[in-house]
Design a protein around this ligand. Structure first.
Ligand SMILES: *Cc1c(COP(=O)(O)O)cnc(C)c1O
Length: 430
């Protein structure tokens, strides 16, 4: 065995030496040193399997924030034009790196605001009820912020969510959705359906939906398709442009390691991006830069082309600096290498759990690698809290979703195979 690409379930072994062997051939192992790893209770490095909730700090983030503070001190307002990375055009740093991350064309992605804010802004533009076509399809058990956003958005637009909001639930006795059921539901809603708004990777189950097929099904009945990629961006391969997705948004503090409350992302497909007639909530930063500083002289909003035309405000530089550090790392490692390691890491975790996990625990995340990213969600029927506490006490940082799910998310940028081994061992000891 000389490369992680050759690792298959059949070659896995349960002993710790095998985990060490995998770490020794991991081509991305060096990236771990570029992060601050929180210590475990015993003072050693913890096994941080919680990057699905809050990613770790890239060391360079501090350096970049300090540079901006120094430029502010040295330059004041001149920093807009003359700082190391001029603030005036700061969002353009992400034009290419942000697009690469989600399989978009430069111009289809802008980094701005926070996730739920972007969701509202994009629904203003892409939820366009018309006569009988007014329904929105979301997953049953969607992340609460998304449910609140969609419900209140409908009400604010004069539409009763009890009439217009439709939930897509797994079959009785199943934890995850089947793509053919999602397609059938979209087809049934037909001309009443205005928008499908799904999570890309479900926060609780870790299921990665087939976004291309959902988008096609929505378009086939004349509806729009938008996705919340909070758990997908930086975790799975995305091809938003080729999949013809209408819009998407995501946060950057989970797999993208850009710090608590970090600047979020938004995608608008190019076929909409240049359409100035689309309704939107506008602000000066979305205006054509050529006339932005005409100020009161030009009271009519002239959107700039692409996703950038959805910006409202000038970007928060101190919040954006960690994103620069993070996307540099993603570019350096490359999403395909990250996904290759991720499949090995999560496949190994799944194997170890199958070997050692008590019967009262079961993985609810799909086992097909095309239907998941790095997260495995474990349903625990006896004493779920106690098992979670035991993991945390052993320095395995993970999280718990009420009432009975433990989520373990080994991320390829900073997790080791021995981290995964430690988690499975503690869970097995029960
Ligand atoms: C994490 C997460 C959010 C959080 O929203 P913020 O606006 O960033 O606070 C929303 N939706 C989903 C699906 C999430 O996973």
């Amino acid at each position: 065995m000389t490369s992680l690409g050759e690792v298959t379930t059949a070659s896995f072994e349960t002993g710790i030496d095998y985990a060490r062997k995998l770490d020794a051939i991991d081509p991305l192992a060096g990236f771990r040193e570029r992060f601050e790893i929180p210590p475990a209770p015993d003072g050693h490095d913890g096994a941080y399997l919680c990057g699905n909730s809050l990613g770790l700090m890239p060391r360079r983030a501090k350096e970049l924030i300090c540079e901006e503070l120094e430029d502010w001190a040295r330059l004041g307002v001149e920093g807009h034009r003359n700082s190391t990375r001029p603030w005036y055009s700061y969002h353009e740093i992400f034009t290419e790196t942000g697009a690469r991350l989600v399989g978009a064309k430069p111009g289809e992605v802008v980094m701005m605001n926070s996730l739920t804010v972007n969701l509202h802004l994009l629904m203003v533009s892409f939820y366009r009820p018309d006569g009988a076509r007014r329904k929105v399809l979301i997953e049953d058990g969607a992340f609460p912020s998304d449910t609140y956003a969609v419900k209140t958005h409908l009400r604010a637009r004069g539409i009763d969510p009890d009439d217009a909001l439709v939930l897509c639930a797994p079959r009785a006795g199943e934890e995850t959705l089947r793509i053919e059921d999602i397609e059938a539901m979209i087809d049934d809603l037909g001309e009443e359906l205005a928008l499908v708004m799904f999570g890309g990777v479900h926060f609780r189950t870790g299921q990665f939906h087939d976004l291309a097929r959902i988008t096609k099904a929505a378009h086939d009945v004349g509806a729009m398709a938008g996705f919340d990629l909070a758990h997908a961006a930086g975790n799975v391969m995305l091809q938003l442009h080729d999949w013809n997705v209408d819009f998407a948004c995501w946060c950057s503090y989970k797999y993208l390691n850009s710090g608590p409350g970090a600047l979020a992302g938004a995608f608008v497909h190019e076929r909409h991006g240049d359409d100035g007639s689309i309704p939107r909530f506008a602000g000066w930063w979305g205006n054509d830069p050529d006339s932005r500083f005409q100020m009161q002289l030009i009271p009519e909003f002239v959107p700039q082309k692409g996703a950038a035309g959805w910006q409202l405000s000038n970007p928060p530089i101190l919040a954006a600096a960690p994103l620069v550090a993070s996307l540099e790392l993603f570019d350096e490692a490359g999403m395909s290498a990250l996904c290759a390691k991720s499949r090995a890491l999560t496949g190994y975790l799944e194997y170890l759990l199958r070997e050692s996990m008590p019967e009262t625990c079961s993985v609810i995340t799909p086992s097909s690698t095309s239907e998941r990213g790095c997260q495995l969600s474990i349903h625990v029927t006896d004493q779920p809290r106690r098992r979670f506490d035991a993991l945390m006490e052993h320095g395995i940082i993970c999280d718990f979703r009420e009432p009975d799910v433990i989520r373990l998310a080994p991320t390829p940028l900073y997790n080791r195979f021995i981290d995964v081994h430690a988690a499975a061992t503690v869970l097995g000891e029960g």
